[in-house]
Design a protein around this ligand. Structure first.
Ligand SMILES: [Fe+2]
Length: 325
């Protein structure tokens, strides 16, 4: 039963769940909490098992509540329930495909955030297969246009949102470049979801720093492709292209990238695709050190690096894809 009057002792041990996520669930599998104001403690909203009808969720949204909360110790159960329910929601043809992609985007970012914070990334790597299949499923058949995708992706600063955006973008780019095999597209989407895995080891004080990085901090950041690669290369369920997306996505055609400084043809084609959409998403999203720029401005900047930082043909393809807006 809803029980919003039951106060819970102040605790930092709650995880925020956006309302758009709850729309994917028919009922709660864990207790849900509501926060009446920014300084107050969450209070119990409804017990586990209570039905979450569309009306009820709509009612909370109309009361200007953008989120509910779950206890941190319940998060694994909640997350599993969400992943189990998401598949059916994503296949529901009554919902516009853009709404379904938006839901996927939101659910995946949240899922990635929490699983990537775990010390062991096995769970996350296992989940990427399901997520990549869902991304490819929704992007297949041109049901989500490039303009839709740009509007749907979130443009806030968050590594977890970034990898979700990039997975969608790189899948779209691969399709535009002629990759039509769904299994290959799924592989590429997985590479997009894994590409910044090494950032887990970078302290958030460095990732969120608003001023210029010191040379030592910059050296630390530059290790993330190698750190991610070392974490993944012994797995037998990842292919060379995916591993190179992780290892080479900051390499430049000119040889001035990192971690190795290889050039042109030495860079895997999937890593070249990823390099373009990675920078595109970084430029069009908020970062602690600058405000986002428009899609057109980002394409203009990326165009200046065509042939030196980026592969020329891939830049041309991404530019024409995004100019279909
Ligand atoms: Fe990166």
């Amino acid at each position: 039963m809803p029980a919003s009057s039951v106060a819970i002792a102040p605790s930092p041990e709650f995880i925020r769940v956006p309302m758009s996520i709850l729309r994917a669930l028919e009922k709660t599998c864990v207790d849900l909490f509501l926060q009446h104001d920014a300084t107050g403690s969450p209070v119990l909203y409804c017990d586990a098992g209570y039905p979450l009808s569309g009306d009820r969720i709509q009612g909370i949204a109309e009361a200007d509540q953008e989120s509910l909360y779950v206890r941190a110790q319940d998060y694994a159960d909640f997350s599993q329930d969400l992943v189990d329910s998401l598949g059916a929601t994503l296949e529901d043809d009554r919902l516009p495909v853009t709404n379904r992609y938006e839901l996927l985007q939101c659910a995946v970012s949240m899922e990635i955030e929490h699983s990537l914070r775990m010390v062991n990334c096995d769970y996350y790597v296992a989940q990427t297969e399901t997520i990549a299949g869902q991304i490819v499923g929704l992007l297949d058949g041109n049901k989500v246009l490039p303009s839709d995708l740009f509007d749907i992706v979130r443009h806030d600063h968050n590594t977890f949102v970034h990898v979700t955006n990039v997975a969608g973008y790189v899948t779209l780019l691969a399709k535009e470049l002629g990759h039509n095999d769904p299994k290959e597209l799924e592989s590429i989407a997985i590479g997009g979801l894994l590409h910044d895995l090494g950032k887990r080891k970078i302290p958030s004080t460095i990732l969120n720093k608003t001023s210029r990085l010191t040379p030592q901090e910059w050296n630390y950041v530059k290790q993330h492709p190698q750190v991610g690669y070392e974490e993944l290369y012994q797995r037998d369920n990842l292919n060379q292209g995916q591993l190179m997306m992780v290892y080479q996505h900051h390499e430049h055609i000119s040889g001035k990238g990192y971690p190795v400084g290889i050039t042109g043809e030495e860079i895997h084609p999937w890593a070249k695709m990823l390099a373009v959409v990675d920078v595109f998403d970084a430029l069009t999203g908020k970062r602690p050190y600058r405000t986002p720029i428009s899609s057109d401005e980002a394409l203009e900047l990326i165009g200046r690096g065509a042939g030196t930082q980026f592969d020329k043909e891939i830049v041309a393809c991404w530019t024409s894809t995004m100019q279909q807006r």
